[in-house]
Design a protein around this ligand. Sequence first.
Ligand code: N01
Length: 560
Amino acid sequence: MPHSKTNSTVDGSRQFEGEEYDAIVIGAGFAGLYAVHKLRDQLGLSVRAFDVASDVGGTWFWNRYPGARCDIESFHYSYSFSEELQQEWKWSERFAGQPEILKYLNHVADRFDLRRNIQFNARIVSAVFDETASRWDVTTDTGVQARAQFIISGAGNLSVAKDLEFPGRETFTGEVYSTGAWPHEGVDFTGKRVGVIGTGASGIQVIPEIAKQAAHLTVFQRTPNYATPIANAPMDDEFENEVKSNYREYRTRSRNHFLGVPYNDVQPSALAVSEDDRRRTYEERWKQGGFRLFTDSFGDLLVNKDANDTVAEFVRMKIHERVSDPKVADLLAPKDYPYGTKRPPLETDYYEAYNRDNVTLVDIKGAPITAIIPTGIKTADGGAFELDVIVLAVGFDAMTGPLLNMGIVGRQGLKLTDKWEDGPLTYLGLTINGFPNLFLITGPQSPSVLYNMPLAIEDHVDFSTDAIRYMRERGMETIEPTAEAEQAWVEGSNAIAEATLLPGTDSWYMGANIPGKPRKCLVYLGGAPAYRGICDEVVAKDYDGFVLAGAESNSPLPVA
Ligand code: N01
């Protein structure tokens, strides 16, 4: 790998002692792996990636809990950049489980020989922009110092665990596990009294699996969820042949869809059809599984409360059909927020788990957990639950957490934590004024988590590497969005969110799962196709909204 380890002085700036690269990549998940490949193999740059994990995989390295599975069909939830890769890889199930996705990412790392550019077991603790040298100086907890012109962050959207709001975790005499950092050797629940805290997508995947093994499972639910069937199945040869013969067309259809999946049966409004037709549509989508109900039934579910009420009522009815005890069904059926305004989880036998004799649902909405105690969990109404194992499925400091935990400092000593004190400020969800040459893959205020992640990642890595190529060809040193472009993007993104039902619900999309976090919509809700159109236009206009500086410049573009 072409890098030097010298006491170099760049343009009279302070002495730098460390490794020098053209680009540093943060993370070795879907984003980091593709970024390394693009930068090194297509742009011919020197590149170093850092990941705190001991191997590749990102979210799929950490989330090894039983039941972990992707919820977009694997044919679509995978890289599209290499036709050979698409053709050679065989998925064994319609929706791959975590082990298979991790195997796939390992295959990608080997096939494209990416590991030699990745330093594992290394957490980035600071990234400081040296304005004189126009370089980023990165330090890891292992003492590595590295300098690069560009940083591409693939730090992930859901990679920093949420802190517990109640004390006592360290006093517990049993075992505690987090779904987001599951032990590699697995956990044996046989004969144990297990408590799961959290009924988001992770809790909903892990609960049925633990229920099969544990002596007793107690689920602590604060807010019920609108979970719908994933309808997973072994891969069908005919379906595989069909997709592989027409992969390009499937990918185009995915890229032209709001969520990045090749569905096209959505009807405009749930209120424009008869009750019978609406019911038939919901039944069909429910049976088809995946995100069909959410994204391929009616187009106004996220913007019209009356339309949303129809699907919410349908899901509540299904929950009641599947859960034997009406009181338990009632607790499991969400009533006070619209469907889809929290991320809708997909499930396999989730509701049936509550029909088992060894599973108890505890409603902690009114009587929250106050502490973990040596013997188990205590609730505000005086309840004390004796447990051998506690499983935390309480979620993440989503979207901004990974970036704010890395000691990022931009021009003039501006800390990202200060800049984002009242919520994220980005241009296109990709770049930040005051932080030149830093690209955020699936950053806040981009479609990110409301788009098929591998495709969202490819789009962002391509945008970033195209910008780098453009700069290199013109001898430019820095790219940075103007303050005006950033402000307009943030206002536009917030305005779109305000036109939907999302801001009214406490969800991680809104930062509302973390006490004290600014309540701002963290996702661009205009949809991936519209978003891509905007990015294409920015590029077509020679990086409209950016200032590029160096030997030549693209002035008369606006200057911050
Ligand atoms: O986290 P969450 P997650 N006391 O924040 C509860 C992706 N994902 O890890 O809703 C008691 O959704 C909290 O309650 P409430 C996916 O994008 C994908 O499950 O805040 N309970 C909630 O029930 C997903 O959206 C897959 O009232 C507390 C739960 O913990 C995202 O990751 C699989 C609590 C947290 O739910 C996050 O999902 C899994 C407290 N103090 C995850 N604090 C795929 O299928 C929190 N909770 C690809």
